[in-house]
Design a protein around this ligand. Sequence first.
Ligand SMILES: Cc1cc2nc3c(=O)[nH]c(=O)nc-3n(C[C@H](O)[C@H](O)[C@H](O)COP(=O)(O)OP(=O)(O)OC[C@H]3O[C@@H](n4cnc5c(N)ncnc54)[C@H](O)[C@@H]3O)c2cc1C
Length: 321
Amino acid sequence: MSVLVYTEPHHGKISKNATEAASYASKLAALLGTTATALVCGEASDTETLGQVGISKILQVASEGISQFDTQKLSKAVQEAVRKEMATVIVFSHDFSGKAIAPRVAAKLQAGLVAGAVSLPDTSNGFIVKKAVFSGKAFAHVSVTSEVKVISLLPNSFSVEKTGGTASIESFLPEIGKAGVVVKEIRKESTKLSLTEADLVVSAGRGMKGPENWGNIEELATLMGAATACSRPVADIGWRPHHEHVGQTGLAIRPNLYIAVGISGAIQHLAGVNGSKVIVVINTDAEAPFFKAADYGIVGDAFQVLPKLIEAYKQFKASNN
Ligand SMILES: Cc1cc2nc3c(=O)[nH]c(=O)nc-3n(C[C@H](O)[C@H](O)[C@H](O)COP(=O)(O)OP(=O)(O)OC[C@H]3O[C@@H](n4cnc5c(N)ncnc54)[C@H](O)[C@@H]3O)c2cc1C
C-alpha cells in the first residue's frame, strides 16, 4: 500500500500545483501509515522540491515520446506506476492535466474519484473527502468506498509544508504501447504567465470601454508580475483573447489576489473567481454586485484610479529595492 502523486514539470520545473499535490500526498501517506511516491512525467531541474515536501521516492519518466497533451499515454503510465508501487490512493492536481487524466485512471482501475478535493480525508470512520461543489459555493463530504481511490486536489486550497526530506530517484520506463490519439504538434499561444497558475491576476471588463484602453491593465499586471484576465463579453466581442475569459463558462481560477476593474460581478463571472483569497474591485457604481464579494473596493473611475495605482505601486517597488 502506498500513495502515488502525478506530477508534470512546466518549463522544466515542478509546478506550484504539482508541489501542492505532492505535499498533500505525503501528508495523506503519513495519515495512512505509508509512504508517498511521485511519478514525474518529463524532466525537471528541481525534483529536490518533492523530497522537501515529504515524497520518499520519485519515478522519473523521460520526456521523449510522451508529451503533456498525451493524456491516453500519461494515464497508462500512471496505471503502470500504480501497479509497480501497489498504490491504493492516487493524487492529482485538479488542473488541466489532472482533469483529463484522473477520470481515465479512475475508470480503468475501477476506483472512486473525488474531483476538486479541498482538504485531507477524514479516515476516522471510512474515507471521507471534502470537495468544492456548485462553483465553490458549497462543500460536499464524499465517502469513497472503493479499494483504490483517486483524488484531484483543487489548486490553492492546501498549504505546502516543507518537511525537509530527500527523495530517491528511479528511472521508470512504463509499457505504454499505442495510444488512440497521437499529438503531432504543439503550438504555444502565448509566452505570458499561465492564468490558472498565477498568484496575482489583474482582470477587466466592459467598463474599460474598448480594447485600446487595456494599456493600464497590462502595465499594472507587468509591474506586479500578474496574469491578465477578462469577463466573458469582453472576450466575446474580441477585445481580449478567449483564453483570458474567466467565469462559469471560462476558466475557474483561485489566485491569492484578484483585481477586478470595470466588471459588474455577475454570478456567472463570480463562479470562476470566488475562490480567490483576496478580491479587490474597482468600479464607478457603488451598487455593483462585485462589491459584495470584495475584500477591498474602490468606488471610482478606472481611468483615474489605474494610473494612480500604477504610480503608487512603482513608488512602493522603488522604496523596497
Ligand atoms: C449562461 C451564461 C454564462 C455566462 N458565463 C460568463 C462567464 O463565464 N464569465 C463572465 O464574465 N460572464 C459570463 N456571463 C455573462 C455575465 O452574466 C455578465 O453579463 C458579464 O459578466 C458582464 O461582464 P462585465 O462585468 O464586463 O460587463 P457589464 O455588466 O457591462 O459591467 C461593466 C461594469 O463596469 C463598470 N464601469 C463602467 N465604466 C467604468 C469605469 N470607467 N471605471 C470603472 N468601472 C466602470 C460598470 O459600473 C459595470 O459594473 C454568462 C452569462 C450567461 C447567461
